[in-house]
Design a protein around this ligand. Structure first.
Ligand SMILES: Cc1cc2nc3c(=O)[nH]c(=O)nc-3n(C[C@H](O)[C@H](O)[C@H](O)COP(=O)(O)OP(=O)(O)OC[C@H]3O[C@@H](n4cnc5c(N)ncnc54)[C@H](O)[C@@H]3O)c2cc1C
Length: 406
């Protein structure tokens, strides 16, 4: 049995970033161990070469970092010069056309009579007329964007991606989206260009010569003996911090889904109940060698007759690539799968109404047992990889500064 200060479960972006930051803060390689069930690091951010070019097997992954310290940290592993920078072109396929995203800022690209119908519906939207914010997701969509964008794009698109009753989702995760202004939508239709505040992620980085997974592969290999690959966590002794009967931790940092914890150890009933409230959806990624004629990097597809909800036009962002890949909720994909098909069981945490309370209960119990939840599955939050890294850096800094002050 070996003893460690920190055992880190999972080597996706969160586990990799917290491990490196702990090492950078002065911990030795014998203080930490990262345990990863897969043969490669990167989690949802992994890539493979398919048909001669990279494909991101967890879906379309692009780096857009708001925080300079995150960018500096990531560039240590894959320098700035190794990334291409793109102005994002994302489109929505609607009314037989491809319209720039977001739809409400680009209605001017539609025929005039269709613009009038959309404008009329936005003028009547609850958020424009200061009606109270509804507490379920489907009502929120209509409140935010009006009946027509809801019926023709947002509701069918979200039904596809979540493939569940949208009324089970809360609205607490939507506060970052800017409010729709009728005046700005009207101006954009009159002037023939987007107006007002556009959503984040206007530019992104993608590796020049690799898929997105290369960054996380490099971070994994830089961990050396502090990383165990192809090693699944199957047993945790809560009283001693012993994992798989082999490695003992003073503190466990958990980035793997809580949903499996009842297989690893015996949990109090209230924690089993809280964990049962955490929902996730699975995403299938499928390669198609057909190169689409569009300048978009990706296209959202609300048509419910198509199984996929997004196409990734890799020929427009991966060097030397042809073809595209699709993302579908796994419950919408048919039985026969091609060789170039990738299943991601844990893809999106679902923001159900009762999730925040369940997560708070789990994280409080975990802390009492010297376990810290981190990342997409440790916090059950829909965060992008830059935020996963930011939170990992913050956690490592707080752990090492509290050690220094003891
Ligand atoms: C379709 C899609 C598109 C996305 N697009 C973007 C994007 O454009 N830009 C962006 O920045 N982010 C994007 N994201 C989000 C990004 O994937 C996540 O933020 C990131 O992967 C979170 O990292 P993580 O380490 O917390 O979790 P994960 O990446 O899920 O890593 C968890 C790790 O735990 C391991 N594990 C699980 N169970 C065990 C076990 N029992 N024992 C040992 N190891 C285990 C897994 O194998 C995995 O390696 C996207 C996500 C999806 C699903």
């Amino acid at each position: 049995m070996k003893k460690y200060k920190y055992l880190i479960l999972g080597a996706g972006p969160s586990g990799l970033a917290v491990a490196h930051r702990l090492l950078q803060s002065g911990l030795s390689t014998s203080d930490i161990l990262v345990i990863e069930k897969n043969a490669e690091t990167g989690g949802l951010c992994k890539s493979q070469i398919v048909d001669g070019a990279p494909l991101d097997t967890g879906g379309g992954h692009f780096l857009d970092v708001k925080y300079e310290r995150v960018l500096e940290f990531l560039f240590r592993f894959m320098p700035k010069e190794e990334w291409n920078k793109f102005d994002r072109i994302s489109k929505i396929r609607i009314h037989g056309q491809e319209i720039d995203h977001p739809l409400e800022a680009n209605l001017w690209q539609l025929p005039k009579d269709t613009q009038v119908e959309y404008l009329e519906s936005i003028a009547k939207a609850g958020c424009v007329s200061d009606e109270p914010i509804p507490d379920s997701f489907s009502d929120w969509i209509v409140w935010k964007l009006g009946n027509k964008i809801a019926a023709e794009y947002m509701l069918p698109y979200n039904k596809k991606i979540w493939s569940m009753d949208l009324d089970k989702l809360g609205v607490y995760w939507l506060h970052k989206l800017p409010n729709v202004s009728f005046r700005e939508v009207l101006e954009s239709c009159l002037y023939g260009k987007p107006q007002g505040q556009l959503p984040a992620h206007g530019t992104f980085l993608y590796p020049k010569n690799h898929g997105y997974g290369e960054l996380w592969r490099l971070m994994g290999s830089a961990l050396g003996d502090s990383l165990l690959l192809s090693t699944e966590v199957i047993n945790i002794d809560l009283s001693t911090g012993l994992v798989n009967g082999q490695w003992q931790a003073e503190t466990i940092i958990n980035t793997i889904p809580w949903a499996h914890w009842e297989n690893y150890c015996s949990l109090p009933e209230n924690i089993t109940t809280a964990i049962s409230k955490l929902k996730n959806i699975s995403i299938d990624v499928e390669y198609n060698s057909n190169t689409l004629t569009s300048d978009a990097h990706w296209i959202y597809e609300p048509d419910e007759n198509k199984s996929y909800h997004r196409q990734l036009l890799r020929s427009n962002f991966a060097t030397g690539a042809r073809g595209h890949w699709t993302e579908s909720n796994s419950s919408r994909t048919s039985g026969s799968k091609s060789e170039t098909h990738f299943h991601n069981e844990y893809a999106y945490p679902v923001n159900t109404k009762d999730k925040p309370e369940a997560v708070a209960v789990i994280l409080e119990w975990a802390l009492e047992n010297r376990i810290i939840g981190l990342g997409r599955w440790g916090k059950w939050e829909h965060m992008n990889s830059d935020i996963a890294v930011l939170e990992a850096l913050q956690l490592a800094d707080s752990l090492t500064s509290s050690e220094a002050s003891i």
